[in-house]
Design a protein around this ligand. Sequence first.
Ligand code: PAF
Length: 282
Amino acid sequence: MKIVSTIAEVRQQVREWRKQGLSVGLVPTMGYLHEGHASLIDASCRDNDRTVVSDFVNPMQFGPNEDLESYPRDLAHDAKLVEDHGGDLIFHPEPSEMYHEGFSSFVDMTVLTEELCGLSRPVHFRGVCTVVSKLFHIVQPDRAYFGKKDAQQLAVIRHMVDDLNMDITIVGCPIVRESDGLAKSSRNTYLNEAERQAALVLSKAIFEGMSLVKNGETDCAVILGKMKTLIEAEPLAKIDYVKIVDCATMQPIPVLDRPALCAMAVYIGKTRLIDNFFTEDL
Ligand code: PAF
């Protein structure tokens, strides 16, 4: 397993693999890897001859008052996890390698980015689409792997690949949870003991929503009402949003009459956590 920090080194390695006729998978990450990322690397190693993991905290997708500076970083830990799971190359660039002076081109998207996280994080998806496009151009993978925990991001990337005719298969992988239900996230490290306990309210509400849908409830107001009541009972939790949206457009729907995503963002203290389920997965 190699770690490189320049675009030229990634390109050279991928060219060598291509000459040997090998397929390439890409797992884009912001590092501080956990079992959720490991499941993406496992899926890539299963489907491709070689796997590249990008490890880059992308400044462009953070708003001015967000956690860019405090976002956890640990390359040595990441390298061990990638190696243990069979990854072949880590691309760990400095911001200046990705965004040279005078950088002024962006990939932006309407409609799908207007709701959910796009509402509370207005610059986020422009940063995600731009960096992911760059990573796709740099690595030119056959397949790229994203977690369903960032459900809107997955939908946005699938849509971008389709809109811009990128010849890459996007693979969405299931949410990985702690044994008590909390969805794995690098941001869970921000939680103190009381907050960690309080954070369980997200998965409890998700499981409640899933069970209502499985039992035939189709009225989104009823489902969301019960989920919100559960969250509001937790004093350390503050809802950013809990919504049910059309999977294709990410726009809210009143009735479950098509494939839908039920998604939430909730502050536990100062930490903003997300969780969701797709009705099609039930
Ligand atoms: O999901 C993430 O970790 C990031 O948004 C991504 C896709 C690596 C882009 O920076």
